[in-house]
Design a protein around this ligand. Sequence first.
Ligand SMILES: [Zn+2]
Length: 107
Amino acid sequence: MKRLVVVLLAAGGLAWWWRSRSSGNADTWSTPTGSEPTPYEPPKLGGDVDPELLAILACPLDKQPVTRQGNYLVCGECQRHYPIRDGIPVMLIDEALTPEQAAAAPI
Ligand SMILES: [Zn+2]
């Protein structure tokens, strides 16, 4: 089961890489003539998460279990909100909402 978590972390890193690549240097990507450029669609918040997966996930900061609240996984200890994007929990501290941010943003 540990391998699954590693894969998820890798997926989160990949999403970050993709986002940082697609923002900014859009002009360096030449589109072939005659074809429409594919608009970039950011992953949607939410989606179904496997309950088995949910059971083994933990907050990367304090290793406490997380519970689902709307489109987020919320740590029982630090109350950080980890977003679920297209059914994939993004367990990255940088991507998480702090309790203050979560209170300001509707879930
Ligand atoms: Zn936590």
